[in-house]
Design a protein around this ligand. Structure first.
Ligand SMILES: [Zn+2]
Length: 436
């Protein structure tokens, strides 16, 4: 374990104060966006002496990056430009200097060590390369540890991933949990072997919230340990230690605050709110009090693993993900959790639209299941209706493999009451199955 991970809190605070003062001064002098924001808020770098002074600084958001992505840069010597995955709307453009890349890949190496990766491991990386930072960052992080990397990225078909797994016998697989779950079924179909007997011993689940029901399924199917990673391109990332209760956040590089999403005021210790990040060691795109729109909380208690860095509970949803169905607020996470509690269900699609008169919300659920047992439908209706108060208008079995892959992260809850880029794909699918 690095010293920085088990640094005494007092010493960490001194380091944070020093780094914060430095970045605030740099942002004021070099970034046109922050210079303007600080002036407008009537705050000067001299007013910021410690982390306690953070609330004096104005917030920033995706809008600032969208309006002027060069405006948040503090050093013109950008080594590489990346975009975010655009989980919430349009992708954000983020620039990294050579040193920023060095720092971020070192932190990713730290994350991989936290989940138990060693130089003996062979890592199958299914995170896309190209414009997304996560793919290459994990790749370089793994190389720093001395592990072997299979840069699979996003291959055209799951079968090609299976082929690579059989060829190189990776011990670790990284990527979106739903994809890794799907891969276990494809693996079984293609090789005729039980995925739990494959070379995979560890799964690093990234990029989407992971309900306990899906986590258990992944563990059972692959016979592997599952660890969660959480982060965002603009701010950094953390990973779960053996406690499996929150990701250790790289507080020595990026500060985390929790604020009330409505008022922007700090919430009480350990309470839930919107996560706000301040990067202190990047000089390319700098985030100062960046509102992530992720809702979660921070665990301040000491961790049994010996790390002193706080833990951020991986958010179950983003502010923008919450959906109101007939007046009840829910999230794709809650729906995932309820539906994947059935071990027979492999995949599903949940569509929300208005009825013909445009008045009432209609909820349709299509499921791919190993067994077409009517009891599954009855139980699901109960779980969704009674459990999370969103009673479906119908639940229908569809053949395995018939649900289209929607978006990079394979969206399973589609809201057609608002403009949706996947409307055509979804309507075509519904046309095929609604009448049957
Ligand atoms: Zn820990």
């Amino acid at each position: 374990m690095e010293y920085a991970e088990r640094i005494p809190r007092k010493e960490l605070r001194e380091l944070q104060n020093k780094r914060l003062r430095h970045i605030v001064k740099l942002a004021y002098e070099k970034s046109r966006t922050y210079h303007y924001k600080f002036k407008e808020a009537g705050v000067h770098p001299d007013d910021i002496k410690t982390v306690e002074d953070l609330p004096k600084l104005p917030f920033s958001s995706k809008d600032d990056y969208a309006r002027d992505f060069r405006g948040v840069i503090c050093d013109d010597k950008i080594a590489v430009w990346h975009t975010t995955s655009g989980t919430t709307g349009l992708p954000t453009i983020v620039g990294f200097t050579a040193n920023d890349v060095e720092v971020q890949t070192s932190l990713e190496a730290r994350n991989l060590r936290v989940i138990g990766v060693t130089e003996k491991d062979i890592i199958h990386n299914t995170t896309p390369y190209g414009m997304f930072f996560a793919g290459i960052c994990l790749h370089e992080g793994a190389r720093k540890i001395g592990a072997t990397v299979i840069p699979a990225g996003k291959m055209p078909t799951a079968k090609q991933h299976v082929w690579l797994v059989e060829l190189f016998n990776p011990t670790v697989i990284l990527g979106i949990p739903q994809f890794i779950l799907k891969l276990s079924y494809v693996y079984e179909e293609v090789t005729g072997k039980d995925p739990a007997k494959s070379s995979i011993r560890l799964i690093y689940a990234l990029g989407e919230p992971l309900p306990d029901t899906v986590r258990k399924r992944l563990e059972d199917r692959w016979g592997a340990e599952v660890r969660i990673g959480y982060g965002l391109t603009e701010a950094g990332s953390g990973a779960e230690c053996e406690e499996k209760n929150g990701v250790h956040w790289p507080e020595d590089h990026t500060l985390v605050e929790v604020v009330d999403p409505k008022t922007g005021e700090p919430v009480g210790e350990g309470e839930e709110g919107e996560l706000v990040y301040t990067t202190m060691t990047r000089t390319g795109s700098v985030a100062i009090r960046f509102r992530s729109r992720d809702l979660s909380r921070v665990i301040l208690d000491e961790c049994s693993c010996g790390r002193t860095l706080v833990r951020v509970l991986p958010p179950k949803y983003r502010k923008d993900d919450l959906i109101k169905i007939r007046g009840t607020l829910t999230s794709p996470y809650a729906i995932d959790r309820a539906i994947f509690a059935h071990p027979e269900i492999r995949n599903y699609l949940c569509v929300i639209e208005k009825d013909e008169r445009g008045v009432t919300d209609i909820l349709k659920v299509y499921i791919e299941s190993e067994k077409e047992d009517p009891r599954i439908i009855m139980d699901l209706a109960q779980k969704l209706g009674g459990g999370i108060c969103v009673t479906p208008n119908f639940i229908k079995f569809v053949p395995i493999g018939s649900i289209p892959e929607i978006g990079r992260k394979g969206k399973r809850v589609i809201d057609l009451r608002v403009e949706n880029p996947y409307e055509d794909i979804v309507r075509e699918f519904m046309k095929k199955f609604d009448k049957q």
